[in-house]
Design a protein around this ligand. Structure first.
Ligand code: IMP
Ligand code: MG
Length: 173
């Protein structure tokens, strides 16, 4: 099947917004350091760009959870595929995600990370689809709110493809 990708958010728009969020985070965490927790694989592109725009000291860790198969609808099943390497105890933790959709993944994840006794725990997502929310999740930093469309690029995939697009697009078949 032939697929086309329509640009929803251009590379320039995304880059500019990440710069703004980075500045906002740097102000909010002034005098502290941030432990960024990246949710693989989708959050990785955003996390790298964001980390470069944060001016307070930053450390990084990665984890991988699965809630999606190759389908475009959430299964509601969340499983830890790869856990963090380091302890979160006493640290100012900022979780970096690609997108909050139903909220199932993040709600589960944040609850689990909270049990590890961080000094603080916040969530930063590049994209938010508020219309799709099933479980309420408090998002502290949002790049863009987008309509209910399946998007790819900047880390987001469709069947593991398109993650490398430098913009956010909608797959059209
Ligand atoms: P949630 O648990 O429904 O909030 O889904 C979270 C995960 O689903 C995200 O971290 C993505 O990996 C995936 N996801 C949700 N919407 C999209 C989309 O539009 N494009 C690609 N992946 C998506
Ligand atoms: Mg994700």
């Amino acid at each position: 099947m032939q697929e086309r990708v329509r640009v929803l958010l251009s590379e320039e728009e995304v880059d500019r917004r990440i710069r703004e969020i980075g500045e906002q985070i740097s102000r909010d965490y002034a005098g502290r350091s941030i432990h960024l927790v990246c949710v693989l694989k989708g959050g990785s592109f955003f996390m790298c760009e964001l980390a470069k725009r944060i001016s307070v000291p930053v450390s990084l860790d990665f984890m991988s959870v699965s809630s999606y198969g190759s389908d475009t609808k959430s299964s509601g099943v969340v499983k830890i595929v790869k856990d963090l390497d380091e302890s979160l105890q006493g640290r100012d933790v900022l979780v970096v995600e690609d997108i909050v959709d139903s909220g199932r993944t993040l709600s589960y994840l944040l609850e689990m990370l909270q049990e590890r006794k961080p000094a603080s725990l916040r969530l930063c997502t590049l994209l938010d689809k508020p219309d799709r929310r099933v479980i309420d999740v408090k998002v502290d930093y949002t790049g863009f709110q987008i309509p209910d469309e399946f998007v790819v690029g900047y880390g987001l995939d469709y069947d593991q493809m398109y993650r490398n697009l430098p913009y956010i697009g909608v797959v059209e078949k």
